[in-house]
Design a protein around this ligand. Structure first.
Ligand SMILES: NC(=O)c1ccc[n+]([C@@H]2O[C@H](COP(=O)([O-])OP(=O)(O)OC[C@H]3O[C@@H](n4cnc5c(N)ncnc54)[C@H](O)[C@@H]3O)[C@@H](O)[C@H]2O)c1
Ligand SMILES: O=C(O)CC[C@@H](O)C(=O)O
Length: 630
């Protein structure tokens, strides 16, 4: 145990997420008709004192008058505060117990509510320095013990002078009075604690910032509950990702930067250098070069279905796990396709445009019901098969073609070749994935093989269709209607012009890659992808990763989890186990999965291990990445 270090920890907004007197006001003023106004006044007084803008003693006196609190309000207050202990303090409970002799709570709050909270964390009652209330004969709180130095301005300084601690003193707090201890020369280091509140005046003065208690422990090489402070994990989210993803990552304690645009390779290489988690949609390309520029990248999240924009193999080889949202926008794409099939069958784009020009063209020419028509679905995956179900419900006859064997839904008929499908269908819709081999999948020969008067849709990927051939066949009248949502070149953001030969053609619906852009889908994606990534980081689970072997395990309690990513060559598992045996490590469980590129091993071991073990595991030949989870 380290004997010559003392940790001075503030209570309000540091040990707990809140200011206790504000919470007390919520209780004591519950039935007061001016509650909101009084609470606002109390908050102002608190903030002014915490920022060092006003006299602490005066503010405290005024706050107690405004509170109109009674002894009977303290139990409910304590119950509330117990639920509001700061997250990072709560998870590091073991630290408080282990270092109880060296931890002092120094607060200008009140012992009556501080003691029951902090002693549950192993903090010693004699190490709690705080004020005490004075009551009248009815239990009303009417003031505080004026003898206590902590109720006076510079009270914390006076207390520390009196304590005359022999050793290094580290102060952690959110307020100006905490900083003043260091300023007065009574502490070696002051850490502005910003997990709950960021006080600019304090942060500006602080030489150390602790966005979490983990960071404080990490910087001081003290034992912590997690392997790495989450605030050190930086997330870059591009392409206007839904705010729910930002909220989830921030809630986890990560630093998040958002951009509304896609980045080109050069821009991304620069931006990605210190990023741990990268979130993109369909337009940002994560290339080999980008991966080589990323020094800290652990995971890439495609906030969409398609992952063709990510070099998945290069990511795996660099130990970077990639995730997507395979089903979150499926329904949205299907609904758009259904709508477009009907609109195109009725020639609506042309008719609507004419109406806008004042032209009344009431005719049934080239207008058809979809009932009884043959719909040809190319790519019978999640989108294709769901479209099949809805199309049948509208009375369409469904044909599909896929390169792999797929479950036939309803009365859908499987075509044994693309050619067969193209020769049968009245409406052809493309739902294959964007793998490289599908480039120019639909060119002159495929359009040639279609029936005359066909309708064509592409809501999959732009590079799958040769646009010049498509345009030629629309102009010739072979294709009487088309809907295109995806293009070989798409603008990086909403400010860039969309340039395409498809512009201005009759009965052609052009949409800006919005097949999956519904509120529901974007919110679902924003929930799904961060959770997958955070689970991977916190537990090692690679479930639904698109490039890592999938392993799913429960969170680990009272053991270490060693996560080893290596080239998929023979002998690595044996080498891992040799190292573990040499260090006399007891294995609690071990799981290995490989794919064509990498091997992924999770080993759960006893809590105790010799520190050289980590270095030895890292040095095993063919190791790509290694990390330890607590
Ligand atoms: N427009 C949008 O906003 C939008 C939204 C979501 C998805 N998408 C695109 O749609 C694609 C399909 O999505 P999904 O969820 O159905 O994917 P999926 O992986 O479930 O289905 C793709 C299917 O295509 C098949 N396939 C691949 N190549 C083929 C080929 N050459 N010939 C025949 N079949 C082939 C696969 O075997 C698979 O069954 C995504 O990969 C994405 O590119 C676009
Ligand atoms: O939102 C996007 O950019 C892509 C949507 C879609 O193409 C997908 O792959 O899910």
């Amino acid at each position: 145990m380290i004997k010559d270090k003392f940790f001075i920890i503030d209570f309000d907004s540091t040990f707990t997420q809140v200011e206790a007197l504000d919470e007390l006001g919520e209780i004591s003023l519950k039935d007061d008709e001016n509650k909101e106004q009084i609470l606002a006044e109390i908050k102002n007084l608190t903030n002014s004192a915490m920022d060092g803008r006003s006299s602490f003693t005066e503010g405290l006196t005024q706050r107690l008058i405004l509170l109109k609190a009674n002894k009977k309000h303290l139990n409910p207050l304590i119950a509330t505060l117990k639920t509001k202990v700061s997250d990072s303090i709560r998870r590091n409970k073991d630290f408080f117990t282990a270092f109880a002799d060296q931890i002092l709570i120094v607060s200008s709050g009140f012992k009556e509510f501080i003691t029951p909270i902090v002693t549950e964390y192993g903090i010693k009652e004699e190490n709690i320095y705080a004020n005490t209330f004075r009551y009248d004969e009815n239990g009303n709180i009417i003031g505080f013990d004026q003898e206590n130095v902590l109720c006076h301005d510079k009270g914390k300084i006076k207390l520390l002078e009196n304590l005359a601690l022999q050793g290094d003193v580290y102060v952690l707090g959110d307020g100006y009075t905490d900083y003043e201890i260091k300023e007065a020369g009574l502490a070696n280091k002051f850490y502005a604690f910003t997990e709950n509140v960021v006080r600019d005046a304090v942060v500006a003065k602080a030489e150390h910032i602790a966005p979490s208690f983990d960071e404080f422990l990490y910087q001081n090489k003290l034992p912590m509950a997690i392997s790495y402070p989450k605030n050190r994990i930086s997330v870059l989210l591009l392409e206007n990702i839904h705010p729910e993803a930002v909220r989830l990552f921030k809630q986890e304690g990560y630093q998040v930067e958002i951009m509304n645009t896609a980045l080109n390779e050069e821009q991304l290489c620069e931006k990605v250098k210190n990023v741990s988690i990268l979130g993109i949609r369909s337009k940002t390309h994560v290339t080999q070069k980008v991966i080589e520029s990323a020094n800290k990248l652990m995971a890439v999240g495609a906030f969409c279905i398609g992952t063709n924009q990510i070099d998945l193999k290069a990511c795996a080889k660099a130990g970077i796990a990639a995730f997507n949202a395979p089903y979150s926008n499926t329904r949205s794409v299907v609904e758009l396709a259904i709508g477009e099939i009907i609109m195109l069958s009725r020639n609506i784009p042309t008719k609507s445009e004419k109406m806008h020009q004042g032209k009344w063209d009431k005719s049934a020419h080239n207008s058809f019901e979809v009932r009884g028509k043959k719909l040809g679905i190319v790519g019978y995956g999640n989108i294709g098969s769901q479209l099949s179900v809805l199309a049948e419900a509208m009375g369409m006859e469904v044909y599909y073609y896929d390169i792999v064997e797929k479950l036939q839904l309803g009365n859908a008929k499987k075509c044994t070749s693309l050619k067969q499908l193209l020769s049968i269908a009245d409406i052809i819709t493309l739902h294959v994935d964007g793998r490289a081999s599908n480039k120019d999948f639909f060119g002159p020969a495929e359009f040639e093989a279609m029936k005359d008067g066909v309708i064509f849709l592409n809501l999959s990927r732009g590079h799958l269709v040769d646009i010049a051939s498509l345009v030629k066949n629309i102009k010739s009248g072979k294709i009487i209607g088309a809907a295109v949502d995806v293009f070989p070149h798409e603008p990086a953001n909403n400010a860039e012009e969309f340039v395409s030969e498809l512009r201005g053609l009759a009965n052609v619906i052009l949409t800006p890659h919005i097949g999956g852009s519904t509120s529901e889908a974007q919110a679902n994606i924003a929930n799904f992808v961060p959770n997958r990534i955070m689970e991977y980081i916190n537990t090692g689970n690679t479930y639904q990763s698109v490039n890592f072997p999938n392993i799913q395990l429960p969170e680990l309690k009272n053991a270490h989890r060693l996560i080893h990513v290596h080239d998929n060559v023979p002998g690595v598992l044996a080498n891992i186990n040799n190292v573990l045996a040499n260090h006399h490590v007891n294995i609690l469980g071990q799981y290995l999965k490989t794919n064509e590129n990498i091997g992924y091993v999770i080993t759960d071991i006893d809590k105790a291990y010799d520190k050289n073990l980590i270095g030895d595991l890292r040095n095993i030949q063919n190791t790509i990445k290694f990390r330890v989870l607590y």
